[in-house]
Write a protein that binds this ligand. Structure first.
Ligand SMILES: *[C@@H]1O[C@H](CO)[C@@H](O)[C@H](O)[C@H]1NC(C)=O
Ligand SMILES: *[C@@H]1O[C@H](CO)[C@@H](O)[C@H](O)[C@H]1NC(C)=O
Ligand SMILES: *[C@@H]1O[C@H](CO)[C@@H](O)[C@H](O)[C@H]1NC(C)=O
Length: 179
């Protein structure tokens, strides 16, 4: 194949991707589940629409065995086809280490940056108090997300599993659409 042909194919692929690229994030649901109620439980976990332009996410998890000195987070992005299927990322990080040294995992830092300004989970371990995300505006996530990641349209699930001392203690699922 000539290089001109390859360039043409690349250009067509690029245009196709750009056309298919979504530009608006809309949260559709959030589900928080404690997997060990002696260790933690959610006091609340919801999305609220104040009006058409202002919608936010709030959650609070009570921690019963503080201080917690060993935390791992697994997160994955799933996309709905028939049922949610793994789409991109399936990463497990040592949250204590990465919060101390953010450069060590840019992907985690990106996702943490989506909520850290609206959360008290902005310091590293030990976690010695209840954790909350307070009125995280969807518009903030929208800007943050669509500036960086050109994803195709569709329904997505951002799934996170929170491990303390290597045991999965909680799952937070955020459902959203890209259109
Ligand atoms: C939506 O509600 C927020 C917070 O109460 C307010 O600041 C904003 O002006 C409202 N926007 C519209 C379009 O009503
Ligand atoms: C991510 O990987 C782990 C370990 O391989 C697996 O148990 C888990 O089901 C995966 N998560 C998703 C959403 O595919
Ligand atoms: C963490 O968040 C709390 C509450 O929002 C705030 O008071 C504190 O200054 C923040 N700490 C850092 C290191 O950003």
């Amino acid at each position: 194949m000539s290089s001109t042909y390859i360039l043409l194919v690349e250009l067509m692929l690029f245009l196709y991707l750009v056309r298919e690229t979504a530009s608006k994030v809309e949260f559709t649901n959030v589900k928080c589940t404690s997997l060990d109620k002696e260790f933690d439980d959610f006091e609340y976990c919801y999305l609220k629409s104040v009006n058409r332009s202002y919608k936010y996410l709030s959650l609070k998890v009570n921690l019963y065995k503080v201080p917690i000195t060993k935390v791992k987070v697994n997160f994955a992005l799933l996309k709905r086809f028939s049922g949610y299927k793994p789409f991109l990322y399936n990463i497990t990080v040592d949250a204590c280490k990465v919060l101390k040294n953010p450069k060590s995992n840019p992907v985690f830092v990106f996702f943490h940056g989506l909520f850290s300004d609206h959360s008290n989970m902005n310091q590293s371990c030990p976690f010695d108090h209840d954790l909350l995300v307070d009125k995280l505006p969807v518009s903030f996530v929208n800007r943050h997300f669509t500036q960086v990641l050109p994803f195709p349209e569709g329904e997505y699930l951002f799934q996170s599993n929170w491990f303390a001392y290597n045991v999965n203690r909680a799952q937070v699922n955020v459902y959203f659409t890209l259109s």
